[in-house]
Design a protein around this ligand. Structure first.
Ligand code: S3P
Length: 182
């Protein structure tokens, strides 16, 4: 198994902010799959959705998953839908420890609506987004570890992730445990 830490979860779970802080605390590099996609495409995620559609974006995610095989020891934040495809949980677990940043749907939905432009929310009712969430939950549940983000700020979530990771990190890579990085 790879030694990356991979954050999965629905929009609004805080994967980017938690990932950035987690990487800093662990002394590791931080990578975002959405950033890999925008860098390769030279345009934003909303622009990709608007100009080429969701199916094209999903094909870029597919390619990104293949590129992730080159990563080691990184903290990787994934886009909310990347993990939720046939075979993805297995593919991602091969790259490292998968952590689901979970939370109450309503809290996630409100956070997602407030922050950033999210094409998956555009033109959809709350009920339609809830249906997407329900379809994805069975995938998220296959993560190695789950941390609830509902009543926690970024700092508190990072602390919980580090606690959850601790037994695995000490077992798999002595000397690179939480708090021992830069
Ligand atoms: C998506 C979530 C987004 C981004 C894209 C599609 C999704 O990432 O990958 O807009 O399908 O849930 P965040 O989860 O960081 O918002």
């Amino acid at each position: 198994m790879g030694d990356n830490v991979i954050l999965v979860g629905f929009m609004g779970a805080g994967k980017s902010s938690v990932g950035r802080l987690l990487a800093r605390r662990m002394g590791r590099c931080f990578v975002e799959t959405d950033d890999m996609i925008t860098a390769r495409e030279g345009r934003s995620i909303p622009a990709i959705f608007a100009e080429r559609g969701e199916a094209y974006f999903r094909s870029l995610e597919e390619e990104t998953v293949r590129l992730l095989a080159l990563k080691s020891g990184d903290v990787i934040a994934t886009g909310g839908g990347l993990y939720c495809r046939e075979g993805r949980p297995e593919a991602m677990r091969a790259l490292g420890t998968v952590v689901w940043l979970a939370g109450d749907f309503d809290v996630l939905y409100e956070r997602a609506r407030r922050m950033g432009e999210r094409p998956m929310l555009t033109g959809r009712t709350r009920e339609e987004v809830a249906a997407i969430y329900q379809g994805r939950e069975t995938y998220y549940r296959q993560a190695d570890l789950t941390v609830d983000t509902t009543r926690r700020n970024t700092d508190q979530v990072v602390t919980q992730v580090l606690l959850a990771l601790k037994p695995r990190l000490t077992l798999s890579s002595p000397g690179r445990g939480p708090g021992q990085g830069a």
